[in-house]
Design a protein around this ligand. Structure first.
Ligand code: CMP
Length: 139
């Protein structure tokens, strides 16, 4: 089943390198509507909980440290076939493998500092959106 909503974070590397504006422009000009958005700095326990699914992976500790190294932008986005189309727009997890013109190809430097997150399923889009936004904070 397809869903019309997905969740994204502009990660600390892209924020500190001044790419928020360009990335939001890439997202909206690709047809995504912003349903909710906030700028915040995750705490360690928030980052550990958000990435709980990766707790046993070897990169978990580095991932959490990176995600708390600076502020992020979290958002819920809407478009037909949102999860899949957004994953296409952002490109492969490792920017070395990302297609030309994708957000990670343009703005990411490494698999850790990969500029942006996009939900990998409709179910995770819901879970991740609910992690950051209450029902009063989305339109
Ligand atoms: P993202 O998919 O947004 O969320 C999990 C993150 O873990 C992923 O982006 C990468 O930035 C990071 N990561 C680091 N190493 C790996 C790896 N080997 N496989 C997948 N993700 C990795």
């Amino acid at each position: 089943m397809t869903s019309n909503r997905t969740f994204t974070m502009i990660k600390p590397d892209a924020v500190s390198n001044g790419h928020i504006g360009n990335i939001i422009n890439d997202i909206t000009s690709s047809g995504f509507k912003i349903i909710a958005m906030k700028y915040l700095h995750l705490t360690q326990s928030q980052a550990e909980n958000f990435y709980g699914i990766h707790r046993e992976r070897p990169f978990f500790k580095d991932l959490v440290s990176f995600m708390i190294s600076g502020p992020i932008v979290a958002a819920i986005l809407e478009k037909d076939n949102a999860v899949e189309d957004f994953r296409t727009l952002i490109g492969a997890t490792n920017p070395e493998n990302a297609a030309e013109g994708t957000i990670r190809k343009k703005y990411a430097k490494s698999i850790d500092a990969n500029a942006i997150h996009g939900s990998d399923s409709n179910e995770n889009a819901d879970i991740e959106s609910n992690f950051f936004f209450s029902s009063f904070e989305r339109f």
